[in-house]
Write a protein that binds this ligand. Structure first.
Ligand SMILES: [Mn+2]
Length: 331
């Protein structure tokens, strides 16, 4: 069975990560800015598992909290970091500039666990699996292959991350491996999928109304590129906040009329435009990197400061779609 094969490939790295976790008394778990459920769930699940295994360790899940994801677990406020004698584990983030809550440059001991395409090296110990649908899937492997403990609560948290990042096994990569792993979790820990789905998917009517607004106002170019700039006063008139509005980008998949779509929201606090990008064809993460972002091939984010830069990325994405369709029509 392929689930067995994948275990063999990574055996060494599991051992190494476990040995490091065992060695350090203080451990910080971090993930990317603008978190999603996989990022938060991987922090919470790994924290719980380490504490379950080593109850006297000090483990902190660091980074700004999002009220929408409070059901996954609580994040920790850390005022004084122990830079020298601690271990940092980065989860679900491939580039240093997108790590939330601490500056990796200040730390000596870092482990990376991530399923994004490689961007830059953090340290020597890096566990990267681009074939995994989520960081939570990788943690299932880590826990199952070491003495780290699993409980039904940890299994539930990991399930939330896997389900969210794969959009219930809709997005690529989704392999038979992950289906076996999830089935195993559901069976062994008696997870109640229906009640977990309710936690993940229930939402206020105001959000659905905002979706209606977006659907009516999305601009679609002749090159099949769609975009919308969500002004804060409009978003708040629907009783939503800017970040949950731009997260609705996931709801607009599989629409025949466009292949790349972009939702822009204004981050008032940091005075910048936050860009959420999705694609059903053209590879978008390289372009996103050019605009202070990055991510997966077909799902990326970016941040720009000015209206000019915003116009530039709109132009570039439209061109990208144009080139993609031209190439596709040739074949
Ligand atoms: Mn992820």
């Amino acid at each position: 069975m392929s689930i067995e094969k994948s275990k063999k490939v990574n055996k060494e790295i599991y051992k190494k990560i476990y040995a490091e976790i065992k060695k350090y008394n203080t451990i910080y778990l971090v993930r990317h800015i603008g978190p999603d459920p996989d990022a938060v769930a991987s922090q919470i699940a790994l924290k719980d598992s380490i504490l379950e295994t080593f109850p006297t360790k000090k483990v902190y899940a660091v980074g700004s909290s999002v009220s929408k994801f409070k059901y996954i677990g609580k994040l920790d406020k850390v005022n004084n970091f122990d830079y020298n004698k601690s271990l940092v584990i980065t989860l679900d983030v491939p580039n240093m500039s997108r790590v939330d809550g601490l500056d990796l440059n200040n730390f000596k001991n870092i482990i990376k666990i991530d399923h994004h395409p490689f961007v830059e090296k953090f340290n020597d110990l890096e566990y990267i699996d681009e074939e995994a649908c989520s960081t939570c899937e990788m943690l299932v492997d880590l826990i199952n292959n070491t003495k780290l403990k699993m409980t039904s609560h940890i299994a539930k948290t990991l399930f939330i991350g896997i389900i969210s990042d794969s959009n219930r096994f809709l997005f690529n990569p989704c392999t038979d491996r992950v289906l076996f792993k999830v089935a195993d979790l559901v069976k062994k820990y008696k997870l109640n999928m229906q009640s977990i789905y309710e936690e993940i998917y229930s939402r206020p009517m105001s959000e659905v109304r905002l979706m209606g607004y977006i659907a009516s106002n999305l601009k679609v170019t002749k090159n099949k590129f769609a975009y919308i700039i969500l002004e804060n006063d409009i978003v708040s008139s629907f009783n939503a906040d800017a970040s949950s509005a731009s997260n609705m980008v996931n709801e607009f998949n599989n629409i025949e009329d466009f292949i790349v779509w972009m939702f822009v929201s204004k981050d008032q606090k940091n005075d910048l435009f936050k860009i959420n990008l999705r694609s059903r064809g053209p590879i978008i993460n390289e372009l996103a990197t050019k605009y202070n972002g990055g991510g997966h091939k077909f799902s990326s984010g970016a941040r720009v400061k000015t209206k000019e830069e915003l116009n530039d990325i709109i132009y570039d994405l439209d061109q990208l779609c144009y080139e993609y369709l031209k190439e596709k029509n040739k074949n």
